[in-house]
Design a protein around this ligand. Structure first.
Ligand code: PMT
Length: 220
C-alpha cells in the first residue's frame, strides 16, 4: 500500500514567505500564507512519511506528526534546508522565498523625510538552485509562481535548477496560488511527464502531488 511505501521515506518541505528586515518596524515580504506547503506536509505525514517542515512566518498550526523548524529570513531558510537535506528522499520547495533583501538593515527606525526614499536591495541565495547542485538521492521538487508563459518559465526552472519535478501555478488566475484555500497546478517532470491537477482544495492538490512523487521515486 501507499502508506507502507511512505513509512520508510523522509520528506523535507518548505512553506510560507520569508521576511527581510529593513529597520526595526519594517520588512520586505510577499503574500504567501503557507497553506500549500503545510497541506503538503500534512498529506505526507498522513501517508506515513517522516516529515520535516521549514516554515517562514505564518499563522498556521503544525500538522500532526510533523517536525517543524521556524525561520524568518531567506538566509535562515537556506541554512535550515541545507542542514536537513542529506538523508531525505523527497524535498519540496513550496516556500515563496524573497529574491531580494535590503543590503543594510537599519538599527533605528527610518525617519520620514521630504521626497522619495531609496533602499538598496541585494539578491538572496537561490536555495533551490543550491539544492539542485548538491542533489544525490533526493527527488527534488520546485514550485513556480508565474503570471505569463507559465509552461515556458516552468520548464526553464526545471532544467536550470536540476529538478526532478516542477509544480507550476498560474497566480494570475482566480482561486490559484497565494492565500486562498484552493489551487490548480501543472506538474512537469524531468522524465517528460506533464499533468494538470484541476482546481481543488490545497489539501486535495497536496495529496495528489505527494502520491505522484512517491510513484515517480518508485519507478526511477
Ligand atoms: O503559501 P500559499 O499562500 O498557500 O501560496 C502558495 C504559493 C503560491 C506560495 C506556492 O504554491 C508557490 O508557488 N510557491 C513558490 C513561490 C515562488 O516563490 O515561486 P518562484 O517562481 O519565485 O520561485 C521558484 C522556486 O524557487 C520555488 O520553488 C521557490 O521556493 C524557489 N526559490 C526562490 C527564490 C529563492 N531565493 N530560493 C528558492 O529556493
Amino acid at each position: 500500500s501507499l502508506t507502507k511505501q511512505l513509512s520508510d521515506k523522509k520528506v523535507l518541505i518548505s512553506a510560507g514567505p520569508t521576511r527581510e528586515q529593513i529597520d526595526p518596524v519594517r520588512f520586505f515580504t510577499n503574500h504567501s500564507s503557507g497553506k500549500m506547503g503545510f497541506s503538503l506536509a500534512e498529506a505526507a505525514a498522513e501517508l506515513g512519511a517522516e516529515v520535516t517542515l521549514v516554515a517562514g512566518p505564518v499563522q498556521l498550526a503544525t500538522p500532526r506528526g510533523v517536525k517543524r523548524i521556524d525561520v524568518i529570513t531567506a538566509e535562515q531558510m537556506y541554512q535550515a534546508m541545507l542542514s536537513n537535506y542529506d538523508n531525505q528522499d523527497l524535498v519540496i520547495m513550496s516556500a515563496a522565498v524573497a529574491d531580494y533583501r535590503p543590503v543594510k538593515t537599519f538599527e533605528q527606525k527610518l525617519k520620514k523625510q521630504a521626497g522619495t526614499l531609496q533602499i538598496e536591495f541585494e539578491r538572496t541565495t537561490d536555495i533551490l538552485l543550491e539544492l539542485g547542485q548538491q542533489k544525490k538521492q533526493q527527488y527534488l521538487v520546485g514550485f513556480a509562481a508565474e503570471t505569463t508563459d507559465v509552461e515556458y518559465y516552468g520548464k526553464e526552472k526545471l532544467t536550470k535548477k536540476q529538478l526532478d519535478a516542477i509544480v507550476i501555478n498560474d497566480v494570475s488566475q482566480e482561486g490559484v496560488g497565494f492565500q486562498g484555500d484552493t489551487n490548480e497546478v501543472l506538474v512537469m517532470t524531468k522524465a517528460g511527464k506533464e499533468k494538470k491537477l484541476a482546481l481543488a482544495s490545497k489539501k486535495v492538490i497536496a495529496e495528489q502531488l505527494i502520491r505522484q512523487f512517491i510513484d515517480d521515486i518508485g519507478v526511477e
